[in-house]
Design a protein around this ligand. Structure first.
Ligand code: NDP
Length: 449
C-alpha cells in the first residue's frame, strides 16, 4: 500500500479501533485510489483523504416511544452527514437492531462516492436507529417514527439533507415520518424525504429503482464482456426486501430464470424459476403480511434451507441484495465452482474484501454496490427534481431516465478502470471516478470544505 494512503488508513483505525465495518469500507476505497493519488499530487497536498474519511457532522440522539402496553421504550438514533461538497447530504435511514455508529459511518462514506457517480448534485449521508420494526404493530412503528422525526427534523431539509429508506424503512415508515415532519414544520412539498408514495409527492418507479438499476447495470457488464445478456441465464438473488424484489422482477422480465430469494431465516431454491405470479406472492407476503420467506417453500413445494445464504446453488449470475458481508470467500469459491460468471452487488458491501479478491482473481465479472445499486438514490434525485418543479413524470419516463443513468455509471466505471490501467476492475473504476468529482469540488471550495 502507498505510504500516504497507509498513514490515512492507520490513523482512522487508531482513532476508532472498534469500527470494523467502517475500516473495511475505507480500506476498499483507499487502496483502489492509489493510481489517482500518485497521478495528481494536489490530493495529498490538500489532505483530501484525511478530510474525506472524517464525516462533516454526526448527530446522535435518543428516541423515546410508547409500545402497545403503554410502556416507554428508548432507542438510539443517528445521522452521519458525511460530505456535502457536491450537494446536500443524501442517503437513507436504516432501522435494524445491528445499527451502530460504525455501520452508519460505513454507509455514509460509501454513499458519498455512489452519489457522485450518479452525476447528480448530491452529497453523502446516512442515518437510522437500532429500532427493530419486525414484529411491531403499525401503531408502534408510527409512535417510533414520530419520535424519531421530532429530533431529526432540526437537521434535515431540502437544501441541507434529504433522507430516504433503507433496510427496515419502506413506504410505511417514510409515510409516518413525512406526516410527522409536515405537522411539526407546517411545510409540504419541499422534498425533505424521498421514497414517498406517489399520492403525496413521491416519484413513480422509485420503489422499483434500486432493483431495476442493479439489473440494468448487470446487463451492461455482460454486454461489455461479450457474455450475452440475462436472457436464458440462471440468477441467484439474496434478500427478499425492496432491492431483491425488484431485481428479481426485472431479471424475470428480461428472460432470466431467478431461482433463489432469502431472508434472515434462510433461503428458498426454486429450480423451476420464480415467475411473475410467484413473485406477486412474495410482494404480498413481504410488503403486506410481513411474513417469512419459508412460506414460499410451503406454498410452491420447493426447498427451504434454514440459516443459510443462497451461494451454494448452480447459477450464472449472483445478485446479493440483502445486507453487508453476506457473501464471504468460501461462498465466492462455491459460486465459482458452480459456474458463476457475473456478480453484481445490490446491497451495500454484501461481499467481504476476501470474496471480492476471489472473484477478481478468477476473472469473474464483479461490480461494487456503490456503482450497481446507485439507481435508487439516482431516482431519489429525480424525485427531488419533480418536487422542485411541482410536477411529475410517468413511470416510463422515470424508468427511461434511470436506465440512462445506469448505462452512464457503468460507462464511467468501466472507462475509468481502463484509463487507470486496470481494465475490467469496476471497484477501482467506480471508486476513482466517484472520488475525483468530490475531491475536486472540495479543493475548489477551499481548505475548510
Ligand atoms: P429491506 O429491509 O427491504 O430488505 C432487506 C432484506 O435483507 C430482507 O429480506 C432481510 O431479511 C434481509 N436481511 C437483512 N439483514 C440480514 C441479515 N443479517 N442476514 C440475512 N438477511 C438479512 O431492505 P432493502 O432491500 O431496502 O435493502 C437491502 C440492501 O440494499 C441494504 O444493504 C441496503 O443498504 C441496500 N440498498 C438499498 C436501497 C434502497 O433503495 N432500498 C438503495 C441502495 C442500497 P429479514 O426480513 O429477515 O430481516
Amino acid at each position: 500500500m502507498d505510504k500516504y494512503i497507509e498513514s490515512v488508513y492507520n490513523s482512522l483505525v487508531e482513532k476508532d479501533p472498534d469500527q470494523k465495518v467502517f475500516h473495511q469500507a475505507a480500506y476498499e476505497v483507499l487502496t483502489t485510489l492509489e493510481p489517482a493519488i500518485k497521478k495528481f499530487s494536489k490530493y495529498q497536498e490538500n489532505k483530501i483523504l484525511e478530510r474525506m474519511v472524517e464525516p462533516e457532522r454526526i448527530v446522535q440522539f435518543r428516541i423515546p416511544w410508547k409500545d402497545r402496553d403503554g410502556k416507554i421504550q428508548v432507542n438510539r438514533g443517528y445521522r452521519v452527514q458525511y460530505n456535502s461538497a457536491i450537494g446536500p447530504y443524501k442517503g437513507g435511514f436504516r432501522f435494524h437492531p445491528t445499527v451502530n455508529l460504525a455501520v452508519m459511518k460505513f454507509l455514509g462514506f460509501e454513499q458519498t462516492f455512489k452519489n457522485s457517480l450518479t452525476g447528480l448534485p448530491m452529497g453523502g449521508g446516512k442515518g437510522g436507529s437500532d429500532f427493530e420494526p419486525k414484529g411491531k404493530t403499525d401503531d408502534e412503528v408510527e409512535a417510533f417514527c414520530t419520535s424519531f422525526i421530532m429530533e431529526i427534523y432540526k437537521y434535515i431539509g431540502q437544501f441541507v439533507d434529504i433522507p430516504a429508506g433503507d433496510i427496515g424503512v419502506g413506504a410505511r415508515e417514510i409515510g409516518y415520518m413525512y406526516g410527522a415532519y409536515r405537522k411539526i414544520t407546517n411545510l409540504h412539498g419541499t422534498c425533505v424525504l424521498t421514497g414517498k408514495s406517489p399520492v403525496y409527492g413521491g416519484s413513480l418507479a422509485r420503489t422499483e429503482a434500486t432493483g431495476f438499476g442493479v439489473v440494468y447495470f448487470c446487463e451492461e457488464m455482460l454486454k461489455a464482456a461479450k457474455k450475452g445478456s440475462l436472457k436464458g441465464k440462471t440468477v441467484a438473488v439474496s434478500g427478499s426486501g425492496n432491492v431483491a424484489q425488484f431485481a428479481a422482477q426485472k431479471a424475470i422480465q428480461l428472460g432470466a430464470k431467478v431461482v433463489t430469494l432469502s431472508d434472515s431465516d434462510g433461503f428458498i431454491y426454486d429450480p423451476a424459476g420464480i415467475d411473475q405470479k410467484k413473485l406477486d406472492f412474495i410482494l404480498e407476503l413481504k410488503n403486506v403480511k410481513r411474513g417469512r420467506i419459508r412460506e414460499y417453500a410451503d406454498k410452491f413445494k420447493c426447498n427451504f434451507t434454514p440459516k443459510a445464504a443462497p451461494w451454494s446453488v448452480k447459477t450464472d449470475v449472483a445478485l446479493p441484495c440483502a445486507t453487508q458481508n453476506e457473501l464471504n470467500d468460501k461462498d465466492a469459491k462455491k459460486l465459482i465452482d458452480n459456474g458463476v460468471a457475473c456478480v453484481t452487488e445490490g446491497a451495500n458491501m454484501p461481499c467481504t474484501l476476501e470474496a471480492i479478491k476471489v472473484f477478481q482473481d478468477a476473472k469473474v465479472l464483479f461490480s461494487p454496490g456503490k456503482a450497481s445499486n446507485a439507481g435508487g438514490v439516482a431516482t431519489s434525485g429525480l424525485e427531488m427534481v419533480q418536487n422542485s418543479q411541482r410536477y411529475f413524470w410517468t413511470f416510463d419516463e422515470v424508468d427511461a431516465k434511470l436506465h440512462g443513468i445506469m448505462v452512464n455509471i457503468h460507462k464511467t466505471a468501466y472507462e475509468t478502470a481502463k484509463l487507470f490501467g486496470q481494465p475490467g476492475n469496476y471497484v477501482l473504476g467506480a471508486n476513482i471516478a466517484g472520488f475525483l468529482k468530490v475531491a475536486d469540488a472540495m479543493i475548489a471550495q477551499g481548505y475548510t470544505a
